[in-house]
Design a protein around this ligand. Structure first.
Ligand code: SF4
Length: 149
């Protein structure tokens, strides 16, 4: 059976920054029969609710997640969670990330420079980057839905 890693908020977990969810029943129905393995790096690392964050391309060339509350670098706990998640689940066939999330978006997250000028709205979030680095097929939820209309 196909193993699908999926952003927990898409399944109805109230783990968004503001304590809500992104439940998508059409998506859930489409995935019937698959083994769903939910994840939420931000809730694990920072709890819910929490301040929002954005991806920033630093002058040293690294893409980091910076808090919109105080500018602090929140990347390391997200990256650690992602590494641990994929180590614990080595047989993931497909990664479905919540579009536009700086953690989970696959090719839809916004990335800014250090002066907060928008550089791209097609970036991968930090957890999605780890999936891609491991060669796991990864897709934004909106794209998956488009592809299965
Ligand atoms: S998009 Fe990712 S980090 Fe944000 S609430 Fe959903 S699962 Fe958590």
């Amino acid at each position: 059976m196909q193993q699908v890693a999926i952003s927990a908020c898409l399944l109805g977990n109230v783990c968004r920054y503001d304590g809500t969810d992104n439940r998508n029943d059409t998506l859930i129905d489409l995935l019937e029969g698959a083994t769903l393995v939910p994840f939420c790096p931000e809730d694990h690392a920072f709890g819910t609710p929490r301040p929002t964050m954005d991806l920033v391309l630093e002058d040293d060339g690294r893409v980091r997640a910076r808090s919109n509350a105080d500018g602090s670098d929140l990347s390391d706990p997200i990256i650690r969670y992602a590494e641990d998640f994929f180590e614990a689940h080595p047989n993931i066939d497909l990664f479905i990330g919540k579009d536009r999330s700086p953690s989970c978006g696959v090719c839809s997250a916004k990335c800014y420079d250090e002066k907060r000028t928008l550089l791209s709205d097609k970036s991968a979030g930090l957890m999605a980057q780890e999936a891609l680095r491991r060669g796991i097929k990864a897709v934004d939820a909106e794209t998956f839905l488009e592809e299965h209309k």
